[in-house]
Design a protein around this ligand. Sequence first.
Ligand code: PMP
Length: 407
Amino acid sequence: MIHYDIHTIRADFPILKTKVNGHPLVYLDNGATTQKPLTVIKAITDYYTQINSNVHRGVHHLSQLATDAYEVTRKKVKEYLNAANEYEIILTNGTTHSINLVATCYGKQFVNEGDEIIISAMEHHSNIVPWQMLCEERKAKLKVIPINDLGELDMDAYRSLLNERVKLVAVTYVSNTLGTLNPIKEIIDLAHHYAVPVLVDAAQAIQHLSIDVQALDVDFLAFSGHKMYGPTGVGVLFGKEKWLEQMPPYQGGGDMIKEVTFEKTTYNELPFKFEAGTPNIEAGICLGTAIDYIDTIGLNNIALYEAELLKYAIKQLREIEELRFIGEAKERCSVLSFLIKDVHPYDVGVILDKLGVAVRTGHHCTQPLMDRFGIPGTVRASIAMYNTKEDIDRLVAAVKKATSMLL
Ligand code: PMP
């Protein structure tokens, strides 16, 4: 194990001291949402006790403080992603909002009858349905990159799907169900060969690995604050200036305008053109606090630590004969999914919960992926920076117990 002060980190997350059914909580549902460190929790109350006010529109003291704090987050996100410009960072409600924004606004401008959009077989519903809606509206076609039995993208199939009719590729960086870490740079480079922009769903990547949007040359990148130790209700859309400038606004309202008359409205500059109405100010500010927290631990340290834990978990679970992994990609990140013979995942989840182990069960908002494997769902454990070997041991013991009870 690398040097990593796990005791100090765990002490920063008070909820981890919770007891569930008499057992200390083992929280392995981090893919759904992560827990929040004390600094973030404190920043939420600090906001309401010290600077609560609306942003971007007041000359008074509090409004300026709130605006400054909110805009500091934009700067921190820019640094976190190594984006070239702050105005390429749009603050949204979350990944879903960010993807819908691109589907709607990019779609209006660039997608027409007969055009094609490429997604993959392992996408979250958030990165399927907005494109389906767009394709239906514009009479475009949705094409799907297939996967192999290990849960890896078929890159040859992807190459053969690319052509001049394709208007956008939208793929996930890390699968929330299988944990597959996709070759995102290669995906982007291949698409750019045809001058096709790429949207990356980074909801399951942003908290685990360092992302440099300039090095990747990615066109759009979407993620949520609540999966990276920040509050719910805030997310990010990174978009390259050249695309954002050409796209029409998403919603109309306050903040996104320059001037309004009944005859004509002119729109605000980036990023405000895409930020209509009062945002979730508190969440926005505290996303910045979450980024600070990650930075103090170091994303590279987190990545190394989590990779070792994942390896340990896979090795331990592999010893349970009745267990079948769903998704065994060579390149993995944080997430592992499995079934115990034909037992319904829900039944396993209930027993694990009785033993204090929190995992996710079900289709994980990836129903087409479940169909691909011919299963109703999986049991999913997902690792975060504060998990330990003891957590994994408790998971393995609970799965063994569930196996003996259910078979
Ligand atoms: N994409 C992926 C890969 C996800 O894991 C999730 C959340 N489970 C989403 C999109 C949607 O995120 P949100 O609900 O925060 O908008």
